[in-house]
Design a protein. Structure first.
Length: 162
């Protein structure tokens, strides 16, 4: 069984951009996954000889959908299905109340969670991550999904136990 990586976070933080990058491998196929719904997208990738499955919680959110609804459906299902959660925040937008609400859920979840600070392009890494330490999810990991900065290193690290 491939390790399953769920991409979770507010709308517009770059989840789909990272999903596309992680599934752009020659071996990538859309996973034939039971329970597939319109709002969760599954893909496969390979890195350093290790295969993995990624879930993009693509259909969630929308400015008027409350955090309860967001966490209640697609994100929770994706977290349930995952071995690893990549919780994505946006270095440019900064720390938002919904980030804290999602973090509160993830802190009590048993799944291994990585705090990924996207859109760190053009920023010093320490500066990009600084305000997200307060989420209580450990080290912030700055990346730029759109440009690939730090993405391979992060995913190799994430896949180490598998
Ligand atoms: P999602 O709603 O979380 O799936 O976010 P998307 O992947 O659709 O990205 C939202 C916006 O952020 C798009 O305009 C992306 O081009 C932009 N974006 C994604 N990754 C990066 C990045 O690393 N740097 C910058 N500057 N913009 C990014
Ligand atoms: Mg998306």
């Amino acid at each position: 069984m491939n390790p399953v990586i769920a991409l979770v976070g507010r709308p517009n933080v770059g989840k789909s951009t990272l999903f596309n990058r992680l599934t752009r491998s020659r071996d990538a196929i859309v996973a034939d996954y039971p329970g597939l719904t319109r709002d969760r997208q599954y893909g496969n990738g390979v890195l350093g000889g290790k295969s993995y499955t990624v879930i993009d919680t693509g259909g969630i959110g929308g400015e008027d959908e409350g955090i309860e609804a967001v966490m209640a459906d697609q994100s929770l299902l994706a977290i349930d299905e995952a071995d690893i959660v990549l919780f994505m925040v946006d270095a440019r937008a900064g720390l938002m109340p919904d980030d804290e609400a999602i973090a509160n859920h993830l802190r009590v979840n048993q799944k291994k969670t990585w705090l990924v600070v996207n859109k760190a392009d053009g920023m010093q890494e320490e500066v990009a991550g600084a305000e997200f330490w307060s989420l209580g999810l450990g080290d912030p990991h700055p990346i730029a999904a759109a440009h690939g900065r730090n993405v391979t290193t992060l995913i190799e690290h994430v896949l180490e136990p598998f």
